[in-house]
Design a protein around this ligand. Structure first.
Ligand code: ZN
Length: 209
């Protein structure tokens, strides 16, 4: 039986998840897969880490230092591609940051498939991710968000996004707006939601803080 495009998306995202396990970053592991628009057997993998020649030493424990040195999973997947990435798809376990979005646009990627954002996006990412979403939308890159499973959780997310998306489109003078937008709840409400979940302050998987 032929796989649906949704099934391929799930499989590729799973592959990005496996690529993430290659990262030597002790707190943040992100994975990405670039796939050719012409042939999905042409793909490349990437995970976050220091560039070649730089030792994976104590600098991995120093957040400020680590942030300056680390190449992101998306950057690595894109630079590892030995095929024409124009028109292709990038799968990533976390929504791309602004830095990676620049590379995504430079390389002509037309579609990004990623996981839902966690209820609370830490620190600087609260500004970074919405900007990345806006840039992708402005450039006409399709963003698809797929949950960890195809069941109820995924459906619930798409319901939430429908409401958020309607708000975003209404306020967007271009009439477009990002296809997937951040949870528009104020920070306080998100904090309450997290408190209810019983895990305040917990390290969010996949997020570089
Ligand atoms: Zn990035």
């Amino acid at each position: 039986m032929k796989r649906t495009s949704r099934e391929w998306d799930q499989w590729m995202l799973g592959l990005a998840g496996y690529a993430a396990t290659g990262s030597k970053d002790p707190s943040t592991k992100v994975g990405a897969v670039t796939v050719s628009s012409l042939d999905q057997r042409k793909l490349s993998l990437g995970y976050n880490g220091f560039p070649p020649g730089i030792a994976d030493d104590g600098r991995l424990e120093d957040r400020a230092m680590k942030y300056q040195i680390t190449r992101h999973a998306e950057e690595n997947a894109l630079s590892n591609a030995t095929f024409d990435t124009r028109g292709g798809t990038l799968y990533c376990t976390v929504h791309p940051c602004v830095r990676c979005t620049r590379e995504i646009l430079m390389k002509g990627i037309r579609r990004v498939v990623t996981r839902p954002l966690p209820p609370i996006v830490p620190g600087r990412w609260t500004e970074e991710i919405p900007l990345a979403q806006l840039l992708l939308a402005e450039a006409g890159v399709e963003v698809v968000v797929i949950g960890e499973d195809c069941g109820g959780a995924d459906k619930a997310n798409s319901e939430d996004r429908k409401e958020d998306g309607a708000e975003a489109r209404a306020g967007d003078p271009r009439g477009g707006g990002p296809r997937e937008v951040l949870d528009s709840k104020p920070q306080e409400e998100r904090a309450v939601a997290e408190g209810e979940a019983g895990s305040p302050g917990e390290q969010l998987p996949g997020y570089r803080s």
